[in-house]
Design a protein around this ligand. Structure first.
Ligand code: SAM
Length: 309
């Protein structure tokens, strides 16, 4: 009690004033420098955020959904699942699966940047198809794509096969109706604004070099006898079924594939298990329940893979 009143005395105050002033000045200096540092950090953060936003904006122009209707941004969990599926289909080689899926992704972005139109479907599904087919080591290099839209997937497949040392030879069947034809859906212009025609397909195939330019293109419906007769002159090592997605359409394509698939051929059913296209799985289940040369190997994203005996 005594010492407290001593400190409060005017004499003590006088003596302690310079010390208190010194402490006050130090505190003030520290507060000022802390505030200045915080302001500087705040400015730096603002600049960093602005830069990140610009980068994000630029990156979105490359891979975002704008003007294409679908994003090419990769979600880590989905990529991991896809790599596991591709590795399983490819005999368990995870490293090869990761390499192929990454190469397929870069190819997808490159083709959609340089080509006209787009590749149909989700990013993981496209990378799964492109990455898996070479790993399944098809018995020959003849490839048939039923339903091509802009031919850009086939251009990518040519590149992926060539990366594995193969010499792909491509045949395409599509009605080229100016829009994407699909029974039971409304016909509308593509979000890319590019008409679905042979000219667009040729432009995209040219991006795949000599094999792309040499591709054989047959305009018509895959179920038409004239179309079939025109391209049934060989046994195919790979058949992509991606035309009419109704159960009847897919069944008809599978029946045709039985006749033109080389022994050991790979048949890919696109949009398998997609709730928007239940006919694909229904047709596959029905077809495999009957007499067939095909065995179900497995799936990657939304594509099923079959092998012919
Ligand atoms: C889903 S898109 C193909 C996408 C392409 N394979 C890709 O990966 O980008 C379906 C295509 O099949 C075509 N098509 C519809 N019915 C067909 C049929 N009966 N025969 C062949 N193609 C058909 C459509 O006009 C369209 O171009």
């Amino acid at each position: 009690m005594k010492s407290r009143s001593l400190l409060r005395s005017s004499a003590s105050r006088r003596v302690l004033r310079p010390v208190a002033d010194l402490i006050d000045k130090r505190i003030e200096r520290q507060v000022r420098s802390t505030v200045a540092r915080a302001q500087l950090e705040n400015e730096e953060l603002k600049r960093d955020i602005q830069l990140l936003r610009q980068h994000q904006f630029t990156f979105d122009l490359l891979v975002g959904p704008r003007a294409r209707g679908i994003s090419r941004v990769v979600v880590p969990g989905a990529l991991d699942r896809l790599q596991a599926e591709v590795a399983k289909l490819g005999g368990g080689d995870r490293e090869a699966a990761e390499r192929n899926v990454a190469a397929a992704f870069r190819l997808l972005v490159a083709l959609e940047s340089l080509g006209v139109g787009r590749i149909a479907g989700g990013t993981m599904n496209i990378c799964g198809k492109l990455g898996t087919i070479p790993l399944l080591d098809p018995p020959n290099d003849e490839i048939l794509e039923i339903g091509t839209l802009y031919g850009m997937f086939s251009a990518g497949l040519i590149r992926m096969m060539e990366r594995s040392g193969r010499s792909p030879s491509l045949t395409i069947v599509d009605p080229f109706a100016g829009v994407q034809l699909q029974p039971g859906t409304q016909q509308r212009n593509d979000p890319t604004g590019t008409p679905v025609d042979e000219h667009a397909v040729r432009t995209n195939l040219a991006l795949a070099g000599q094999a792309g330019s040499a591709a054989r293109i047959r305009q018509g419906f895959s179920e038409d006898p004239e179309t079939r007769a025109a391209v049934s002159d060989r046994s195919y090592g790979v058949i992509i079924v991606d035309g009419d997605h109704s159960a009847e359409g897919v069944l008809a394509d599978l029946q045709w594939a039985e006749e033109i698939a080389a022994p050991g051929a790979i048949v890919v059913l696109d949009d398998f298990g997609d709730p928007n296209w239940p006919g694909v799985k229904d047709a596959m289940d029905k077809h495999l329940a009957g007499e067939t040369r095909f065995t179900y190997l497995g799936k990657a994203a939304r594509s099923a893979f079959l092998r012919a005996s």
